[in-house]
Design a protein around this ligand. Structure first.
Ligand code: NAP
Length: 518
């Protein structure tokens, strides 16, 4: 079992007491009493807090963290040891002492005596590095268990890159006794969630975003809801989004909701892979080198769409031909043979959004005149899909060279942005960020060009209805919004990941709830 522990930090007894019930209600499976947070830690207060917490019948950890290892206040070791002893005597189930402090003979003897008098209480020996990974985490782990075999080692360090998390995963995989191992910080956050799959003795969640007691702690509501804590086990398969940044992504909400609806034993996580090809390649090598972890697939976003294509090109199994033509991949599937297949569902999402709204099949785009405004990543996917379907595309772009290059690559026309005045098209697609929130008054095309026999497609999805679409709708044009493209690319991706068509209602609800809340 991996306990989901909530750390409770309070300045006084009433602060602590006010947080026990909310933690229990939110689903805490264990409480950590961070006694170092007390404005004036003393044995009387600690006895009262511990006794009050016991009434909630959750296992209790007593911690009075050293200031040098992330603790509050600067209480000396002797005082902190007395605080821990008071908590043990008052019924704490676990007591957490820093390993470096436990090696002091006096501290060790006092704690061992108290534990001897209270044999139900177990010792956690912890080590923290708030700056970086440990130089040799395996050696540190061995040192702790050889020094005190009955203790539960707790090894926690800051991940400076997502790839730093793999040392924690390996240690959990190889351990032969109870241990607590994870990484801190935004890049280490996934290790706090995967701790359950990998059998860490516990992981910590925050009561809410304001009350995180260490960097990267996930709020318990998110742990239980978004990441489906209760369903995670050793067989849970891992999916996620690779990008820099990934915090804003809707994909975890979409795919986790799909897994929940289809009762698939899988989890989808945000993997913040910093902006370099070496980091991306390193991450994928770590993934492929650990088949026991059960990584099964990834969404890929900026800036790694080309890195993903190149990786799949050299280490892959299959690259979707149109993805290779586009030069970007947004979906990687990891096979049981540790080979990756690469796809681009952005173009498929765009084509599905367009054809579905117009009520036509892809081949009915043949010979349709389409104006694509923009020549960036979204435009590449849209142009590739349209040209593949036989549409007559003209690319309009602010930067001449980029527009011309894109048009040349896909053998279509290029025209300058200011020649939009002469626009004659059945369909016009905005692939620029003009009109995106917060610049909602901007539009790439004057309202006078829209007619009732046209279709207008804006790839922007914040806001859901841009000025471009408002004006197109006012002229009677058929409108396609960016959310439709986004939903359909996600559905195509889910199908690649799982082999199942996702429940469209579930995906739509997640996307619209999230977008409307923004
Ligand atoms: P990108 O690669 O940075 O390209 C941006 C494009 O917009 C370029 O062609 C750029 O022209 C043009 N542009 C930007 N500001 C402009 C301005 N003030 N005046 C004229 N042209 C301007 O970005 P991207 O990834 O293609 O994204 C473009 C849009 O697509 C974004 O709004 C994004 O939200 C949307 N998108 C939607 C989805 C979806 O699923 N719905 C997926 C991907 C992207 P220059 O070449 O002259 O710089």
């Amino acid at each position: 079992m991996t306990y989901l522990a909530v750390s409770i930090c309070g300045q006084d007894i009433s602060d602590f007491e006010a947080r026990f019930q909310p933690a229990l209600t939110a689903g805490a499976e264990m409480l950590e009493l961070r006694l170092d947070c007390l404005a004036e830690p003393n044995t009387e207060a600690v006895t009262k807090i511990t006794s009050a917490a016991r009434r909630f019948q959750l296992p209790l950890i007593a911690t009075c963290r050293d200031g040098a290892q992330g603790g509050q206040g600067n209480w000396n070791l002797k005082h902190r040891t007395q605080i821990l002893v008071a908590a043990i005597e008052a019924g704490a189930d676990f007591v957490d002492c820093e390993f470096s402090n436990f090696t002091h003979p006096a501290t060790r003897q006092i704690l061992l005596d108290a534990l001897h008098r209270n044999p139900r209480c177990r010792l956690i020996l912890s080590a923290h590095d708030f700056d970086k990974p440990f130089d040799d985490i395996e050696l540190l782990y061995e040192s702790i268990i050889s020094f005190c075999p009955q203790a539960i080692p707790k090894l926690v360090y800051t991940a400076r890159h997502i790839n730093d998390c793999f040392a924690a995963f390996d240690l959990l995989h190889n351990k032969e006794q109870d241990a607590i191992v994870f990484s801190m910080g935004a890049m280490g956050q996934v290790s706090r969630i995967l701790a359950k799959k990998l059998g860490s003795f516990l992981t910590f969640a925050a009561l809410d975003e304001q009350q995180a007691s260490a960097p990267g702690q996930v709020p318990i509501a998110q742990m239980k809801g978004l990441y489906r804590w209760d369903t995670i086990n050793a067989e849970t398969e891992i999916f996620g989004i690779l990008g820099d940044p990934v915090g804003h992504s809707l994909s975890p909400a979409i795919h986790n909701a799909g897994f929940a609806k289809d009762a698939i034993n899988a989890i989808y996580l945000p993997f913040w892979v910093q902006n370099d090809k070496a980091g991306f390649d390193g991450f994928m090598e770590h993934v492929l080198g650990r088949p026991w972890m059960g990584f099964r697939g990834f969404s890929v976003t900026i800036p790694h769409k080309t890195d993903a294509l190149n990786f799949a090109g050299t280490k892959g199994d299959y690259v979707e031909p149109l993805a290779a033509t586009i030069g970007a991949v947004n979906t990687l599937k990891v096979g049981f043979n540790s080979l990756v297949s690469a796809f681009n569902t952005d173009y498929a999402g765009a084509m599905d959004a367009l054809t579905h709204t117009l009520g036509i099949d892809r081949h009915q785009l043949h010979r349709r005149k389409v104006a694509v405004i923009g020549a960036g990543g979204a435009a590449r996917a849209v142009v590739a899909g349209l040209v593949d379907a036989g549409a007559e595309v003209t690319v309009y772009n602010r930067t001449h060279a980029k527009g011309q290059t894109l048009a040349d690559e896909f053998r279509c026309r290029y025209a300058r942005l200011d020649s939009l005045d002469e626009l004659q098209a059945d369909i016009v697609v905005n692939c620029t960020s003009i009109g995106m929130s917060p610049h909602v008054d901007a539009t790439p095309l004057s309202a006078k060009f829209f007619t009732s026999d046209m279709a207008a497609f804006d790839t922007i999805y914040t806001p859901l209805k841009t000025r471009f679409l408002h004006e197109a709708a006012a002229a009677g044009a058929k409108c396609v919004n960016g959310a439709e493209m986004f939903i359909r690319q996600a559905m195509a991706q889910y199908r690649i990941f799982t082999g199942h068509k996702p429940d469209e209602k579930t995906i739509r609800k997640v996307v619209f709830d999230k977008l409307e809340a923004r």
